[in-house]
Design a protein around this ligand. Structure first.
Ligand code: THU
Length: 128
């Protein structure tokens, strides 16, 4: 039985645009004020222009003036449940390394604190 954020990520996954990889990803990102922003992967015929679901969710959140986040859930069909890619880890870490990241697949679920996925991140403090 999914928790509500997972339900949202799973529903979003149905809207993924992944005609090349066929690997659909749905993301749901909860801000500290309880709002939820979704993302899906958006692929492109020029493959390198693909956007991951996590980064699309971050973009939706920032555009709605949310910058502080509690939890991210991604849903895929991977076994074991897929960890976020390195580029997404860096983009998520821009907004804090304490984010709880959960990945749900058909066989298992995994969770991490972002700082364990990306130790010693390069963050905004370096530029202050
Ligand atoms: N993908 C994501 O959306 N998030 C990740 O963290 C890893 C990969 C997408 C990109 C591409 O559309 C497909 O999954 C296969 O790499």
């Amino acid at each position: 039985m999914d928790d509500p954020l997972t339900t949202t990520a799973r529903a979003a996954r149905g809207h993924a645009y992944a005609p090349y990889s066929k690997f659909a990803v749905g993301a749901a990102l909860e801000s500290d004020d309880g709002r939820v922003f979704v993302g899906v992967n958006v692929e492109n015929a020029s493959y390198g222009l693909t956007n991951c679901a996590e980064r699309v969710a971050v973009g939706a959140a920032v555009a709605a003036v949310a910058r502080r986040f509690r939890r991210l859930v991604i849903v895929t069909d991977a076994v074991p449940a897929a960890a976020p890619c390195g580029a997404c880890r860096q983009v998520l870490a821009e907004f804090g390394a304490g984010l709880m990241v959960e990945s749900v697949g058909p066989k298992d679920a995994r969770r991490w604190v972002l700082k364990d996925l990306l130790p010693d991140r390069f963050g905004p403090e370096a530029l202050a």
